[in-house]
Design a protein around this ligand. Structure first.
Ligand SMILES: [Zn+2]
Ligand SMILES: [Zn+2]
Length: 304
């Protein structure tokens, strides 16, 4: 039987070689997880974040905890990478898909930025891992080599969780604002809301203020406005704080802000869609170049 100790990596495989072997496209080796749309899925997990219990080897997805603890010191791109791990695990959980795990070992920084931890060893585990269930805090447990039972129903499990910790439903509408994402319900806004880790602005990382209904206030913003040819697509929408939203429309640096939103926020979440973001980048340049584009940017403030 394989023990946790057996899994400690002894060699250093290149990220590029691992993703090639799995047939996954990669934009940057610095990401913490990789996938094609619909799989396969690959995450990097530190060996010392794995546990052994009753013959099972497992890890718990704590990336949102990490994001919380490091919000003050981590740069936004790291928080986005953390968020990408969390959404990958959730996707695998809800689609009952297996996860490939590259096991890391090396020098760990004990406090602050995990990004500066250095992986000296990295090996792709030949055995697949499976997201199984959520612990009492809603974190997903991923178990090595043990597929979910046939009757596993992730949606049902979630409903049970909700019954245990009832949350008052948010109102359908917030007076005086058409933009609070926690109060709007389109599929796209819902998806973007899930993506924003713990109600924090995807651009600056600041936590939105708490709303009367118990959510966090963030605003959904189309990076390329719809009236400038931007698509109504999760890959064109960010969940940001009210300050950054004004800045994105009216700031003197709004063109730079837009490009950063494309490349530092959205492209990080969807690493396989480089062509999509290059087209966004083109449109972004068009807005900067044309007076009408800039006027539309200001006009579009309200219904975004
Ligand atoms: Zn912000
Ligand atoms: Zn906007």
């Amino acid at each position: 039987m394989t023990t946790l100790q057996d899994l400690r990596p002894t060699t250093r495989e290149r990220v590029q070689d691992i993703v090639d072997r799995l047939g996954i496209a990669m934009t940057t080796k610095y990401d913490w997880c990789f996938s094609n749309t619909g799989g396969p899925y690959l995450v990097n997990i530190w060996h010392d974040n794995m546990y052994e219990e009753n013959g099972d080897i497992y890890f718990v997805d704590r990336t949102s905890d990490w994001a919380d603890e490091n919000r003050a010191t981590a740069i936004q791109v790291q928080l986005n990478r953390a968020s990408a791990v969390s959404s990958l695990i959730q996707t695998a959980y809800y689609t009952k898909a297996p996860v490939n795990v590259a096991i890391l070992d090396g020098t760990r920084k004990t406090v602050g930025l995990r990004e500066t931890s250095e992986a000296k060893q990295r090996e792709l585990d030949s055995v697949l891992w499976y997201p199984h269930h959520k612990d009492k805090d809603g974190r997903i447990i991923v178990i090595r080599g043990r597929p979910q039972p046939d009757d596993f129903d992730p949606y049902n499990e979630e409903q049970q969780d909700q019954k245990q910790t009832p949350v008052p439903p948010p109102p359908n509408k917030v007076e005086g604002s058409g933009t609070a994402i926690f109060e709007r319900d389109s599929e796209i806004v819902k998806a973007v809301k899930q993506r924003a880790v713990n109600g924090c602005c995807e651009f600056c990382g600041k936590e939105g203020f708490k709303t009367a209904s118990g959510g966090f206030y963030l605003e959904a913003h189309h990076v390329i406005p719809l009236n400038c040819g931007g698509p109504d697509d999760v890959r064109n929408v960010v969940a940001i704080c009210a300050d950054d939203h004004r800045r994105a429309h009216f700031g003197e640096d709004r063109h730079a802000v837009r490009d950063r939103m494309i490349w530092e926020v959205l492209a990080v979440h969807y690493p396989n869609d480089v062509a999509f973001f290059e087209a966004m980048d083109e449109k972004s340049l068009d807005i900067k170049r044309s007076d009408s584009g800039q006027r539309k940017l200001e006009d579009n403030r309200i219904d975004n």
